[in-house]
Design a binder for this molecule. Structure first.
Ligand code: PAF
Length: 280
């Protein structure tokens, strides 16, 4: 496995790499990332190359968010990339990615108005900008993202469509702890008491999805069920949102159907946990 941190080195490596499958990350890798890299390895087979980028992107953090304290664990991350059989890790410094007088970025004006975007203005513009740059730098044929960040995945699909990147995007199922909590680099911010309540996110979503499977289609009732469950079983936290949207355009829905996704965000202290479930 090769480790590079300079754009010029990456450019040179890319010239002879052939087909590339990309897994963009911000590091602090856990088994969920491991699964993304292994999936990329499967897609790549013996011929194509798996590239993992590790870059904590300042542009996608708002004022007062956790950019400074976001965990940076490069040694352990490299070990995980090696185990999952990545071919190349690109881990640049901020100054390597952004010129001090940069003046151009990618703006998303529709899908980022709801869900996490509503409370994180500019976040998805930062994501789109860095992902577009990582696409340009690594020139992947395919890229793998997790469904846990459902809104991010939908926005990246839109980015690829609207800016004509010739890249196939794969969405991977969320990897969970044995008690159902979605794996996240931010789970480490939870106190033991909060951690004990955090699986309620998954349980609330399953409850609503099962009610839909049994014929309840009214979104307000389904959202109310999930919200009541969370208020009862995760009282150390508080709601950011409990929403039902369509899986592609992320438009809020009043009736649930087989294109629906229920998404929740629940604050535990300064940690905001998110999870979602596709109705099918
Ligand atoms: O999902 C993430 O880790 C980040 O948002 C991404 C896609 C690597 C962009 O910084």
């Amino acid at each position: 496995m090769t480790l590079l941190s300079k754009v010029s080195e990456l450019r040179q490596w890319r010239q002879t790499a052939g087909k590339v499958i990309l897994v963009p990350t911000m590091g602090a890798l856990h088994d969920g990332h491991g699964a993304l890299i292994k999936e990329a390895r499967c897609l790549a087979g013996d011929d194509a190359k798996v590239v993992v980028t590790i870059f904590v992107n300042p542009l996608q953090f708002g004022p007062g968010e956790d950019f400074e304290r976001y965990p940076r664990t490069l040694e352990a991350d490299l070990a995980m990339c090696q185990t999952a059989e990545a071919d190349l890790v690109f881990a640049p410094e901020v100054s390597e990615v952004y010129a001090p007088n940069r003046s151009i970025q990618v703006l998303e004006s529709q899908l980022s108005r709801v869900l996490c975007g509503a409370s994180r203005p500019g976040h998805f513009d930062g994501v789109c900008t860095v992902v577009a740059k990582l696409f340009n730098l690594t020139q992947p044929d395919e890229a793998v993202f997790g469904k846990k960040d459902y809104q991010q995945l939908a926005i990246i699909r839109r980015l690829v469509r609207d800016l004509n990147f010739p890249i196939v995007i794969h969405g991977m199922e969320t990897v969970r702890e044995p008690d159902g909590l979605a794996m996240s680099s931010r789970n480490r911010y939870l106190s033991p008491e909060e951690r004990a309540q955090a699986p309620a996110l998954r349980q609330a979503l399953l409850l609503a999805r099962d009610a839909w499977r049994h014929g309840q289609h009214d979104a307000q009732i389904l959202r109310g069920m999930a919200r009541d469950f969370l208020q009862k079983h995760a009282p150390l936290g508080r709601e950011d949102y409990v929403t039902l949207v369509d899986c592609e355009g992320l438009e809020p829905q009043s009736q649930a159907g087989s294109d629906s996704v229920m998404a929740v965000a629940w604050w535990f202290g300064r940690a905001r946990l998110i999870d979602n479930i596709e109705f099918r």
